[in-house]
Design a protein around this ligand. Sequence first.
Ligand code: NAD
Ligand code: MG
Ligand code: ZN
Length: 288
Amino acid sequence: MTRPKRWTTAVLDVQAPGGWAVVQSNQGFLKDSNGVLFPREWLKRQDLPLMHEHGIGHFDGEPVYVQTLRDSPELNLALDLEGTQWQTLRQFMLADDADVFQMLGYAAQISTWAREHRFCGSCGQPAQQVPGERAMYCPHCDLRAYPRISPSMIVLITRGDEVLLARSPRFVSGVYSTLAGFAEPGESAEDCVRREVMEEVQVTVKNIQYKGSQCWPFPHSMMLGFHAEYDSGEIVPQADEIEDAQWFSIHDLPPLPASRSIARHLIDLYLAQRSGSVEPVLPGQADG
Ligand SMILES: NC(=O)c1ccc[n+]([C@@H]2O[C@H](COP(=O)([O-])OP(=O)(O)OC[C@H]3O[C@@H](n4cnc5c(N)ncnc54)[C@H](O)[C@@H]3O)[C@@H](O)[C@H]2O)c1
Ligand SMILES: [Mg+2]
Ligand SMILES: [Zn+2]
């Protein structure tokens, strides 16, 4: 059964009054006991060090803006707003409801892109928001910069009852995950799978199958998820990038990534297939 979507994106006019805003700084998003949406007119009266504002969509039918604050000592002022605190996007992913995380993930991506495109990359002149379009525009060279999305592959490699999992030095202690990496210009997603797997563990794979995708707003990845079968080679972890990589029995797995990640989904999907149980569905994949 499909549930109505609580969050939908839209380009809203920043000159229009009213509505709600989420507030982002380098410390995360502001929240209080009512959540992350603050009345926009009330925020304007708080005199926060605003860098920019973008109208990003509707939550439960109400207009939502993102307000991005400058890094400054004044930022602690926000903590003087009674009962508020900062929470990182990762904490929202782990703790809060999926609709709120979807909204904040989008807000974070728009805010990051807008902050990094205040000036034209071609001529260096100030860029401006385009009414009705999600673009930063340079009137001098008629150049539009659109939100940045970075395609990345992620792959679960299997060999019968074994799965190849690895640790990056960036991971939470003890956690092993599937291999991942950014696509380079000139390659297909499947080329990217083969290249990254070779670079990170020096094995070859076969029967590469696409399994689904996920927006990963840390800071702007589009994860393309695959399953592949082991073909040949011994594991040799890539220096600096891969702390450890091993074959694990599906009956004796290490700590795994968070359940909302496509990494975890690819593993859970394979476990379900091996045991003949119901296959999990990744959020955003179901029809309707
Ligand atoms: N959702 C999930 O389940 C999940 C799981 C694992 C990784 N990921 C994400 O996958 C992405 C790629 O994984 P990785 O970090 O192993 O990548 P990677 O193996 O390509 O290695 C990272 C390196 O790629 C380079 N890089 C950084 N940003 C880039 C970009 N936009 N385009 C090209 N190269 C870039 C840098 O040199 C960086 O050190 C990351 O965003 C990571 O957070 C998501
Ligand atoms: Mg990688
Ligand atoms: Zn320009």
